[in-house]
Design a protein around this ligand. Structure first.
Ligand SMILES: [Zn+2]
Length: 273
C-alpha cells in the first residue's frame, strides 16, 4: 500500500504538471468510489497538496479533488494519443481519467478498488471520515513527543494498531510502522508506551519516512511513481518483509504474526514488551 513517502513522491511529480491546467474531459469507472472524477470537468487545478495518504488538489471554484490510492492504486500519464472525446480505457483496471487542456491525460489505475476519488467543498470532509479525523503530519511541528505519548495513552489498543489508525499520526502504514517500531525497540503489541519511549518512537517514525522519501518511496509490487519509477527504498528496510531472517541489530530471528488483521514483523528479543 502506498504510504506517506510514496504518496508524497507522486504529489511532487503531479504538482508541476497539473497546476494551472483545466480539466477538459474526464472518464470514470461506474462506481460511487470513482465517478466523482466527472465533477472536475471545466475546473482548473490550483495545486496538488497532501494530507496523510490523501492527494488533495484545490480547484479554482472552491472545491477540492481528493484522491486516495488504496491498496493497489497508481497514477500515471497515458502515452497513447487520445482524441479527447473517447477516454474510455481498454485496461479494465483503470478507474478514472482526467484530460487536461495541454492534451495530457492522467489516469488512476487500481486493481483492487480500495482507492477513492471524491470532489468536495474545500475542507468539508464529512464524507471521508478517515481524512476528517487525521492526526498531525509526522514531519510537521505538531507531531511532538508529547502528542504521540498522549494520543497513545488514550486507547488500550496495541501501539502498532494505533499508528495505523491515522488518528495518532497521518500517513503511516504497515511498512513504516514495522520499521519505526523496530528502530525504537518498541514491541508492536505494547499497550503502554511511556514518554521516554514515545519520544524515541516519534523520532524513528520521522526518520524512516524521511529516509524513504529521499529514495523516492519503497519499491512494492504495485507501486509506481507518476514517471513510472518503482522507488528504491526496499534495500534499506531492516524489519518489514524480513520475517525468518536474523535481526540486523541482535541476530535473533525476526518473527511474523497477525496483529489486529495486519501482518506484523518484529524482533522478539530487542522489541520485547
Ligand atoms: Zn533484535
Amino acid at each position: 500500500m502506498p504510504e506517506l513517502p510514496e504518496v508524497e513522491t507522486i504529489r511532487r511529480q503531479l504538482a508541476p504538471r497539473l497546476t494551472g491546467r483545466r480539466v477538459s474531459a474526464a472518464w470514470a469507472f461506474p462506481h460511487p468510489k470513482f465517478d466523482e472524477a466527472l465533477l472536475t470537468i471545466g475546473a482548473t487545478v490550483n495545486g496538488v497538496g497532501r494530507r496523510g495518504k490523501y492527494l488533495i488538489a484545490p480547484l479554482d471554484d472552491g472545491r477540492e479533488l481528493i484522491m486516495h490510492l488504496g491498496m493497489t492504486g497508481a497514477m500515471g500519464f497515458v502515452d497513447e494519443p487520445l482524441d479527447g472525446r473517447d477516454l474510455a480505457p481498454a485496461d479494465p483496471f483503470v478507474r478514472a481519467r482526467f484530460r487536461f487542456d495541454d492534451d495530457a491525460t492522467l489516469e488512476l489505475h487500481d486493481v483492487r478498488r480500495f482507492g477513492r476519488v471524491a470532489v468536495v467543498e474545500a475542507g468539508h470532509y464529512d464524507r471521508l471520515p478517515t481524512l476528517a479525523a487525521l492526526g498531525p503530519e509526522p514531519l510537521s511541528d505538531d507531531f511532538t513527543p508529547e502528542h504521540l505519548w498522549r494520543a497513545l495513552a488514550r486507547s488500550r489498543r496495541a501501539v502498532k494498531t494505533q499508528l495505523l489508525s491515522q488518528r495518532v499520526v497521518a500517513g503511516v502504514g504497515n511498512i513504516y510502522a514495522d520499521e519505526a517500531l523496530w528502530r525504537a525497540q518498541v514491541s508492536p503489541m505494547s499497550h503502554r508506551v511511556g514518554l521516554e519511549r514515545a519520544t524515541v518512537l516519534r523520532n524513528t517514525v520521522r526518520d524512516v519516512l524521511v529516509e524513504s522519501l529521499d529514495h523516492g518511496g519503497t519499491r512494492l509490487r504495485n507501486y509506481r511513481t507518476v514517471e513510472g519509477d518503482t522507488g528504491a527504498h526496499q534495500l534499506h528496510l531492516d524489519c518489514y518483509g524480513r520475517a525468518g531472517l536474523p535481526c540486523t541489530r541482535c541476530g535473533t530471528e525476526l518473527r511474523h504474526r497477525d496483529l489486529d488483521g495486519r501482518g506484523t514483523t518484529w524482533c522478539p528479543s530487542c522489541q520485547a514488551r
